[in-house]
Design a protein around this ligand. Sequence first.
Ligand code: LMR
Length: 341
Amino acid sequence: MKYLATRRPGIVGLAVVLALTIVQVARADEPIVLKFSHVVAPDAPKGKAALFFKELAEKYTNGRVKVEVYPNSSLYKDKEELEALQLGSVQLLAPSISKFSPLGVKEFDIFDLPFLLSDEARARQMMSSPMMADLNKKLENKGISPLAYWDNGAHDYTANKPLIMPEDFRGMKMRIQGGKVQDAVTRELGAIPQIVAFGELYQALQTGVVDGEDNVPTNILTQRFYEVQKHLTISHHGRLTYALVANKTFWNSLPEDVRGQLDRAVKETTEFFNATAAKDNTDAIEKIRASGKTEIHVLTDAEKKAWISKLMPVHTEMQSRFGKDFIERIYKASGFTPPQS
Ligand code: LMR
């Protein structure tokens, strides 16, 4: 009042002061918007986890945070989403770690070494190993904060012809996510690797831009790849791991109490993911089988052996990229023993 009495702003001035005050109050009340973009279907494990996180984050922060989830590459595709994260156009992603090499973080490709992370126990052991601290630092240096790792199970191959023995791949155009290791694996099989964004994969398979791909059953089911691929081989040659990552500047600028609640939501979402993904992938195989559109072949022990001996040279070849010592440290951290031939 003293201010008004001495400066005599008049009715118009008073209205401006009041309006500004209201705007400021409204701003303070506005929720912090967190855009979470991803490339899979809402009913795939990552899609479900994104919605689960949204529910928890909004509840635990009493609505101070609003999470907008954009599934199915509706906001950004594979490569663009990482660029958007670095620019701060989106705040949260959960990409496959096989997609990090375009950022200049090639070390994550190592997890694509064939049969390295052959089961859930090994994948979890690796992702919770102290070695991940060094790799996390590499992401931090790119403006990306890793919040959690989610294991979405083993990769299987699909194509329009049966892929039973390594020779069956000869001359096939196979889609890869990216990275030098996936490229080398495909070439070792005698096939031609092609990077295709996940959001464009159905069409690429349908039109024959590529002949086949490898993925987890929940993606093959929820993206309906099984409609355009007559054969699926349960090969478990690779692993799909996601990193839940945030824009570092955004994450660090959150009020401490808000970040604490979001950390809690992340932790519980990780537990949710770990408890549901394996079952969803098992169920997906049964649903694909029941569709009658795709024939499923489980590699026999002898066939698996042939795949392993065909693909183990990729481990040796990649020593020049990652260093023998680094690869051996990864073997140790994940509990992998190279098979004796
Ligand atoms: C793929 O590109 O095949 C997968 O990584 C997609 C995903 O995020 O599950």
